[in-house]
Design a protein around this ligand. Structure first.
Ligand SMILES: CC(C)(COP(=O)(O)OP(=O)(O)OC[C@H]1O[C@@H](n2cnc3c(N)ncnc32)[C@H](O)[C@@H]1OP(=O)(O)O)[C@@H](O)C(=O)NCCC(=O)NCCS
Length: 147
């Protein structure tokens, strides 16, 4: 049985903010932190399911987000921002988080779930393959919008 508990974060508590501010820099060194209202908007957004993993002591040790929204061809589902605290890795937290996101997407009617992961993220790529994700032959593009 998984030693972690997964739950959806629906309230922008100080505990959640502190946990995400500890976790997200471990995912992206360029993450610049939350601006005022960002976390409140995130937990309130209908298309986003913010999941957190708690250890036996109730401490938040990981997170991921599932984006799910209708498009003409069905329900588009994307898993983003998977990260587990360095001190809590190898305990199955990421597996539990991604599995919970897949179950949530299924419950919302999605027939597939997409994600991307840089090849250099060895642990993450192994995790996704172990969970049954298969690689798609497609080009991933990004257009940068300056603000
Ligand atoms: C990737 C990451 C989320 C995995 O978190 P974790 O909680 O340690 O992963 P789990 O314990 O749930 O491991 C599940 C599976 O992932 C794979 N895995 C996890 N860590 C691994 C490692 N260091 N090397 C190889 N495979 C690994 C294994 O298949 C593992 O299954 P197993 O334990 O039965 O062998 C974590 O290493 C992390 O936060 N990395 C930095 C951020 C990141 O790269 N995020 C992904 C963005 S796409």
């Amino acid at each position: 049985m998984s030693p972690v508990r997964i739950e959806q974060a629906t309230v922008a508590t100080d505990e959640l903010r502190t946990a995400l501010e500890r976790l997200l820099p471990q995912l992206s060194s360029s993450w610049s932190g939350f601006d005022e209202g960002d976390l409140e908007n995130l937990v309130a957004d209908e298309a986003t399911c913010l999941l957190v993993a708690r250890n036996d002591d109730g401490v938040i040790i990981g997170t991921t987000s599932l984006l799910c929204a209708p498009i003409p061809t069905g329900i588009k589902a994307l898993i983003e921002d998977v990260v587990v605290d360095e001190a809590a890795r190898g305990l199955g937290a990421a597996k539990a988080l991604v599995t919970a996101a897949l179950n949530h997407a299924h419950a919302l009617g999605a027939t597939s779930v997409d994600l991307t992961s840089r090849p250099s993220r060895t642990a993450a790529n192994s995790l996704y393959v172990a969970l049954g994700f298969t690689q798609r032959e497609t080009n991933v593009y990004r257009f940068s919008l300056e603000h």
